[in-house]
Design a protein around this ligand. Structure first.
Ligand SMILES: NC(=O)c1ccc[n+]([C@@H]2O[C@H](COP(=O)([O-])OP(=O)(O)OC[C@H]3O[C@@H](n4cnc5c(N)ncnc54)[C@H](OP(=O)(O)O)[C@@H]3O)[C@@H](O)[C@H]2O)c1
Length: 176
C-alpha cells in the first residue's frame, strides 16, 4: 500500500477508471491542474484519447481484467470509478451488469485488499433499486460501496453539459 504520508512530497497518485471519455477528460485535466498524478486504466486503442497522456501513468487493460485493475489500484492513494454506459450491447459483452456492477466491485474489492481507503464513485441522479437497468445497476454499485469500510464519496449528477471535445456524450446524443 502507498499513501500520501509515505510518499512525503511526491504528488498523490489517483487511480482513474473511465478517464478517456467526456467526463474523464475533464477529470484528468483537473487532477493535473491540482498537482495530482493520474494513473489510468485505458482500453487497448483508447490511449490517444488522453490529451495529456505524457503526464499520466497508463495501464492498458479492460475493467474485466483483474490483474490490470489491481496494478492501477495498488499504485494509488485514492481511486475514482467513472466508467458507465448509456446503452447495452449484450452480444458484444457490453452490459450494465459488467460495467456498473462487476467492474465497480472489482475496483472496490482491490481497494479493500490493498488498503487504498479513499474511493469516489460516479453514479447518477435518480438511481434506485427498482428503476431502469442503468439505474438499478448504478444503485447496486452504490450499495456495495456503502457497505465497505472505505472513505467514500458518491456523485449523483443529472445531465452534464460542456464542450464534448469531439466525443459523442449524452447531451450531444440528445441533440442529434
Ligand atoms: N455525461 C453525463 O451527462 C452523465 C450524467 C450522469 C452520470 N454520468 C456518469 O459519468 C460517467 C462518465 O460518463 P461519460 O459521459 O463521460 O461517458 P463516456 O464518455 O462514454 O466515457 C465512458 C468511459 O468508460 C470507459 N469504458 C467503457 N467500457 C470500458 C471497459 N470495458 N473497460 C474500461 N473502460 C471502459 C470508456 O473508455 P473508452 O474510451 O475505451 O471507450 C470511457 O473512458 C459514467 O459513469 C456515467 O454514467 C454521466
Amino acid at each position: 500500500m502507498t499513501n500520501g504520508t509515505q510518499r512525503n512530497s511526491l504528488p498523490q497518485r489517483i487511480g482513474l477508471f473511465g478517464g478517456t471519455g467526456f467526463v474523464g477528460s475533464y477529470l484528468v485535466d483537473a487532477l493535473l491542474a491540482n498537482d495530482f498524478h493520474p494513473v489510468l486504466l485505458v482500453r487497448e486503442g483508447s490511449k490517444q484519447r488522453i490529451e495529456q497522456r505524457d503526464r499520466c501513468t497508463i495501464v492498458i487493460g479492460d475493467i474485466g481484467d483483474d490483474s490490470a485493475v489491481r496494478r492501477v489500484v495498488e499504485d494509488c492513494d485514492a481511486l475514482i470509478y467513472n466508467i458507465g454506459i448509456l446503452r447495452e450491447f449484450p452480444d458484444r459483452g457490453i452490459t450494465y451488469e459488467k460495467l456498473h456492477v462487476e467492474g465497480a466491485r472489482r475496483t472496490m474489492d482491490a481497494a479493500t485488499v490493498t488498503g487504498v481507503r479513499r474511493f469516489l464513485l460516479m453514479s447518477a441522479n435518480g438511481v434506485k433499486a427498482d428503476g431502469t437497468g442503468y439505474q438499478r445497476t448504478k444503485f447496486r454499485a452504490e450499495r456495495y460501496l456503502q457497505d465497505l469500510d472505505l472513505d467514500w464519496t458518491i456523485f449523483r449528477p443529472s445531465v452534464l453539459f460542456g464542450d464534448p471535445r469531439g466525443r459523442m456524450e449524452f447531451a450531444t446524443q440528445l441533440s442529434t
